[in-house]
Design a binder for this molecule. Sequence first.
Ligand code: IMP
Length: 430
Amino acid sequence: MPLNIIVGAQWGDEGKGHITDRLAHDAAVVARYSGGDNAGHTVTIAGEIFKLHLIPSGIIHPGVVCLVGNGTVVNPAVLLREMDALAARGIGVEPERLKLSGGAHLITPAHIALDRAHERSRGKEAIGTTMRGIGPTYTDKARREGLRAELFADPAALAEALAVHVAAKNEALVGGYGESPIDAAAVIAEFASYAERLAPYLVDGPVLVDEALLRGDMVLAEGAQGTLLDIDHGTYPFVTSSSPTAGGAMTGLGVGPRMVDRVIGVAKAFTSRVGSGPFPTELDGAAAARLRGTGDKPWDEFGTTTGRPRRVGWLDLPILRHARRVNSLSELVLTKLDILSGLAEIPVCVAYELDGRRVESLPHDLKALARCRPIYEALPGWNQDVMGARRPADLPAAARWYIEFVSAGAGVPVSYTSVGPGREQFIVMD
Ligand code: IMP
């Protein structure tokens, strides 16, 4: 059995956790390959809601081993909090089930302080980060100054590395941004206790993945964020600092492309984004409120990690074509179809008008993207509630047509549709 990859096809929050949970019952290993606790994956099982930021969504399945891969950045305080919360609900998070790759990079309080200070200093140009220290941690990784999780196995080396790390970050925090310094002794003591608890979880991630694949087991790579937040293929600079696209699964787990079978892109039936940057099909006013919801329901469009209201808009096919291209998607999963029920007609962006020309693909240059005006085609809506649909035939004809239109426009088949947050609210398409 091969490696299957789940990637976000838009700006994140597409419902990847839900799909990972659905597919995890056939997997031996579910692995996160990029990002950190900037992600928020919600899984609803029998009305019980699990919000995961760092631990792969597969943890809800008792037989599955979950790996936090080498391409991730890990705040150990968050990891332990999440482990304790799961354990309190009877979900096993012992070292036999949960593994931390020694090559993952550690997020420290100094990284978080730098993320905040840097965002504040950018003023109107702020990226709108999740303030989880993600960018500064990946910066250290690229500068070859990062702290890797493998240090948990060597407490003396960890203390020494943290002392150097905090001293360097304090220079930047105090000298560069005029912020208060971080207390090095407190960080060293805090991390010593993390090391004690997390050392038993350390593994060589690529070896674990390789062994599973050689045994013939299925490994599911769970993407975080989305294609348009990818540092290479997203709307740079309004992106995260890692590679959420399928290529990131290769380096972020330590496996080559010959092992990959399916690359499953997950897209909402509309579009959402948090943080700054261009968004061609963005809506405001009542139309936005209609798609966003009020925040009463856990699946309304408010950030799982930050609680921020998400920006929302109509589905954008140039974005999905871009996602198909840069991920080599084998299929698309369309989520939250139920949210569109009751609309008289549903506009879908089929192309852009850019400086008087029609363009079919997402421009690479952000300034050009900001000038793009969506060209819409209005599809007929449907009035029936689709939340009870379990087979394609249960869907109204207009909803089926919507799915077919998206599939043709994106150039990739739709394999599943979700019609609600529950595990069972899921349709396998013909
Ligand atoms: P960072 O990853 O915290 O550095 O934030 C960079 C950008 O990515 C910001 O626009 C965030 O809002 C966005 N972002 C990061 N993680 C997620 C996510 O899981 N879902 C949606 N947006 C995200």
